[in-house]
Write a protein that binds this ligand. Structure first.
Ligand SMILES: NC(=O)c1ccc[n+]([C@@H]2O[C@H](COP(=O)([O-])OP(=O)(O)OC[C@H]3O[C@@H](n4cnc5c(N)ncnc54)[C@H](OP(=O)(O)O)[C@@H]3O)[C@@H](O)[C@H]2O)c1
Length: 337
C-alpha cells in the first residue's frame, strides 16, 4: 500500500512517500481502507520533533481519519464490512478518566497514524460516524472535535446565556464555537484577521476581536460583557494568551487549558488573580470514546457540519502539511485518498 512516513529525522523534509504491506487484522481488529484524513497542529509538532524528540522512526504520521471497513478479525463483531468508521485518538481511552498507560496509545505518535491507504485498528478503538457528513467532514472530528466537545460540554458545562471565548479560527476553535452555539452561549472569537472574524460570524459567532490590531483582547471581552467577564475561555494560545485569559474571565469562571500555539511556558503567571477570581483552570487532553460518541449524537441530531478549509489529494499530502504550517487556514485541512 502507499503511505507516508517520517523517515530518518524530523522536519517536513523528512515526510516521505513510501510503501508498506497492507496490514493484516488480528482476532479483535478491523482493517479499514482510508477515505480521508484531517490535519491537526499536533501533526506538525510530531513531524518537527518537538512533541516527542524520542519518537521511534519511521512512523506514519497523522492521527485523524475516516475509512471503510474492508476486513474483520475472526472475533471482531462491533462493525460490519462497508461501515464508515473513525479511529479514536487515544486508542485505550474508552470511558471515565484516562490512565497513564493510555497516553502511549495515541495515533500518529507514538503509534503509527493514518496517512496510509489501509490501517488496522482494534475494534474497541473505532466509532461510527454521523451519516450526513462527507468523509472529509467526518475526518475532522477525532482530535479537534472531541477536544472542543470535552472543553465546552464535558468540563465546560456551557449553558444558555453563558459567554464563551475561543481563540483563533483553527480546527479546535471553530468546533468550540459551534458546540458553544449549540448550547445557547454568546460566543466571542479572537483572530489575527478581520476577514476570518467575519467568516466566524457566519458560523454563529456573536462578537470578534482582532488580537493583532488589538492585543488587549481581554479588555475587549470585559467591555463586551459589561465588566463581568467570560464564563469559559478555551485557551489555545498558551504562552501569549493565558494571562490575558485570566483577566478576561469572570469570578468563578473556567479556563480550558488546551493549546500551545504561541509556546508552552507562560512567563509572569501570577497566581493571586487566579485565587481572587476563584478561577477553575482545567486542562484538556482530547477525550474518550464515550465523549466522541456523545459528540457524534449531537452532531447527527443537529446536522452540524465542520468548517473545512481545503481538501488536498493524497499525492499532495506534503503540500497539505506545508499549508497547515502557514497558518492561513480557517477550520480544517483534509486529505482525500
Ligand atoms: N490539549 C489537547 O487535547 C489538544 C487537542 C487538540 C489541539 N490542541 C492544541 O490546540 C492548539 C490549536 O490546535 P488546532 O489543531 O486547532 O490548530 P490550527 O487549526 O492550526 O489553528 C491555528 C490557528 O490558531 C490561531 N492562533 C495562532 N496563534 C495564536 C495566538 N497566539 N492566539 C490566538 N490564536 C492563535 C490562528 O488563527 P487566526 O489566523 O484566526 O489568528 C491560527 O490560524 C494547538 O496548540 C494544539 O496543539 C490541544
Amino acid at each position: 500500500m502507499k503511505t507516508y512516513e517520517i523517515q530518518g529525522g524530523f522536519g517536513l523534509d523528512h515526510v516521505i512517500a513510501s510503501e508498506r504491506p497492507v496490514p493484516v487484522p488480528g482476532p479483535k481488529d478491523v482493517l479499514i481502507k482510508m477515505r480521508a484524513v484531517s490535519l491537526n497542529y499536533r501533526d506538525l509538532g510530531v513531524i518537527e520533533g518537538f512533541y516527542n524528540p524520542n519518537l521511534k522512526l519511521p512512523l506514519i504520521p497523522v492521527s485523524d481519519g475516516v475509512g471503510e471497513v474492508v476486513a474483520l478479525g475472526e472475533q471482531a463483531s462491533r462493525f460490519k464490512i462497508g461501515d464508515r468508521v473513525s479511529a479514536i485518538f487515544t486508542q485505550s481511552w474508552i470511558s471515565g478518566e484516562p490512565t497513564q498507560e493510555g497516553w502511549v496509545s495515541t495515533l500518529g505518535n507514538p503509534l503509527d497514524g493514518l496517512l496510509a491507504e489501509y490501517a488496522v485498528i482494534r475494534e474497541e478503538g473505532l466509532v461510527r460516524i454521523p451519516e450526513h457528513l462527507t468523509d472529509e467532514e467526518a475526518a475532522a472530528l477525532p482530535c479537534a472535535g472531541v477536544t472542543a466537545w470535552h472543553a465546552i460540554v464535558e468540563e465546560g458545562r456551557v449553558k444558555a446565556g453563558d459567554t464563551v471565548v475561543v481563540q483563533g479560527t483553527g480546527g479546535v476553535s471553530l468546533f468550540a464555537l459551534q458546540f458553544a452555539k449549540l448550547h445557547g452561549a454568546n460566543v466571542i472569537v479572537t483572530s489575527s484577521s478581520n476577514e476570518k472574524l467575519e467568516r466566524a460570524k457566519s458560523l454563529g459567532a456573536d462578537f470578534g476581536v482582532n488580537y493583532s490590531s488589538n492585543p488587549d483582547w481581554d479588555k475587549a471581552v470585559l467591555e463586551h460583557t459589561d465588566g463581568r467577564g467570560a464564563d469559559l475561555i478555551v485557551d489555545l494560545g498558551g504562552a501569549a494568551t493565558l494571562n490575558r485569559s485570566l483577566t478576561a474571565l469572570r469570578v468563578g469562571g473556567q479556563i480550558s487549558i488546551v493549546g500551545i500555539l504561541s509556546g508552552a511556558s507562560v512567563e509572569g503567571f501570577n497566581i493571586v488573580p487566579a485565587i481572587l477570581k476563584k478561577a477553575r483552570l482545567q486542562a484538556i487532553n482530547v477525550g474518550s470514546r464515550d465523549m466522541f460518541e456523545a459528540m457524534n449524537r449531537a452532531i447527527g441530531q443537529n446536522t452540524l457540519r465542520p468548517a473545512i478549509d481545503r481538501v488536498f489529494p493524497f499525492e499532495q499530502a506534503v503540500d497539505a502539511l506545508h499549508y497547515l504550517a502557514k497558518g492561513t487556514h480557517f477550520g480544517k485541512i483534509c486529505i482525500r485518498f
